[in-house]
Write a protein of this length. Sequence first.
Length: 219
Amino acid sequence: MAVPCIVVLNKLDLIDDIQLEELNKTTKKLLTWAPWIPTITMSAKDGMGLDKAMKWARKISDGRDQRISTHKLNDTLKKAWLANPPRFPKNKVCKFYYATQVEMRPLTIVLFINDLGKANYAFKRWVQNVLRAAFGLDGVPIIVKFKDKEEDNQKRQEKQAQYRLQAQQSEEDDMQDEDTAIKLQSREDADKAKRRSSAASKSNAPIKIVVDKKESEGE
């Protein structure tokens, strides 16, 4: 679920304290899958609890647009790891190297770890709980993704190699284009020289005078 949420229990003016307590317990049980969603009681008729609902709405709106710096994010997670690390099955401890926020709306965090097979659901919940407590993100959905550091490094190296190959190919194409341009220019210069030589030859040729023999005899 990646939508900011507030659960508002209306009609507070129609129930007593005992009923309200039961209602809160029931709501909490129904939201065990998303305990980060705040629950508010109010009465639209009397306006009771309306200010609280609006404050929560503003807080959640600010939270979903929050940009957490990489330094602050990693510092928070590492301190939490030392104080209260997540639980893993025996011989299946997952280690994370660093984390970064890659997106807002929804707030998305990527953790680079040593083994994707060891990144369980409990680890993901641990990350979400730590971030909510540290940055006031109740009501704000947090998407946590895991990436294998070695796999990421390999992909990065492959991408860099591809960029180098493209740059080399582009350089070879430029050199080929330059060679082609030089050849065309040389051919054009040769044609011009040939035309100039031909014109000069014509201008230096002896002038021939042709006399009509019949006209000459008549005279």
